[in-house]
Design a protein. Sequence first.
Length: 106
Amino acid sequence: MQRVCFLLKVRADRLDEYRERHAAVWPEMLDALSATGWHNYSLFLREDGLLVGYLETEDFAAAQAGMEATDINSRWQAEMAPFFESLDGARPDEAMKHLTEVFHLA
């Protein structure tokens, strides 16, 4: 099982709305994430907008490709893009800054 951690930056003026959106994630999006291998997926948001994501998956590249192939992901990414800083024209799921795991207590 791969453990994946990534960073994004939510705009300071959109923090409350971002939290609200994630309190009610579309059921179809939740189903797609589960079906494409995203497990134990969590998002953590700091007050300055730093967003830390964590998930476990058998194959992250396959999990990403599976989501890329869904219509629901395209719609979700389009809705979420305005919430983020520094996407440089990418969708949020393409702009994730992956962190390298340097320690794990098993």
